[in-house]
Design a protein around this ligand. Structure first.
Ligand SMILES: [Fe+2]
Length: 234
């Protein structure tokens, strides 16, 4: 896709209905689906210009009304409410739910809002309110499983009607050095890896920033929990 086409597609975004915006994000998502974060952005000047135009456009298309850092990361770390006992309960339930997993592209997932019931009551909502006014959990959550060599999520942006996600690493087992990592493509910068340990969570605007999880190698297994977050101003 050419940068001028990106500009033309996005020029009427301000007048688009939510369904049209969702479709436009989907089109832009298809345009970046061939990116490979670990092997850098395109070197061809025209292709790189198109990617940069898409990155800028995505920031204007998100329905999250607050400030979004160039890398989309609103917060990274292990929340205090994720104690060792809470993490163990989340890991146990995720292991049990894996029998229900269904394929989505190159990985598997399970919709499982019941994971949120394993968190201390009100802890996630309080945590989000303290980060930036108006953030709150939507009550939706799903598990992602990467267990066979090659399982991954390619470079993409989230196309759902929510601005932010919380993504927690529940489990990362490996025999060799880790091959699978979360990568983000910050606006106007080189791609970068987000190092996570079990229990760590990112609060992240996946609607605005291209991201991916690279493939697990033989003997490597990853489980993550994604939590939908909304802003009261949406
Ligand atoms: Fe995503």
């Amino acid at each position: 896709m050419d940068a001028s086409i990106v500009a033309a597609l996005c020029s009427r975004a301000g007048q688009m209905a939510p369904a049209e915006l969702r479709a436009l994000r989907h089109v832009l998502g298809v345009a970046i689906s061939g990116l490979d974060a670990e092997h850098s952005l395109p070197t061809d000047p025209r292709k790189l210009a198109a990617i940069r135009a898409i990155q800028d456009s995505l920031f204007h298309l998100t329905n999250y009304p607050g400030h979004i850092p160039d890398d989309g990361m609103m917060w990274t770390g292990r929340p205090a409410f994720v104690t060792d006992a809470v993490l163990a309960a989340l890991q146990c339930r995720a292991r049990a739910e894996s029998v229900n997993k269904i394929r989505s592209g190159k990985h598997f997932f399970v919709e499982c809002p019941a994971m949120l019931e394993l968190l201390p009551p009100g802890a996630l909502a309080s945590f989000l309110q303290a980060l930036e006014g108006g953030l709150q959990p939507r009550g939706k959550a799903n598990l992602q499983y990467y267990e066979a060599p090659g399982e991954c999520i390619g470079a993409h942006v989230d196309v759902d009607d929510f601005g932010l996600s919380g993504v927690m690493l529940l489990r990362h087992e490996h025999q060799q050095p880790r091959a699978s990592r979360l990568w983000v493509f910050p606006r106007g910068q080189a791609p970068k890896v987000v190092e996570l340990e079990p229990g760590h969570m990112v609060i992240f605007c996946g609607q605005a920033v291209i991201h991916q999880r690279t493939a697990v190698a033989a003997g490597e297994q990853v489980t993550t929990l994604a939590i939908n977050i909304s802003a009261s101003r949406e």
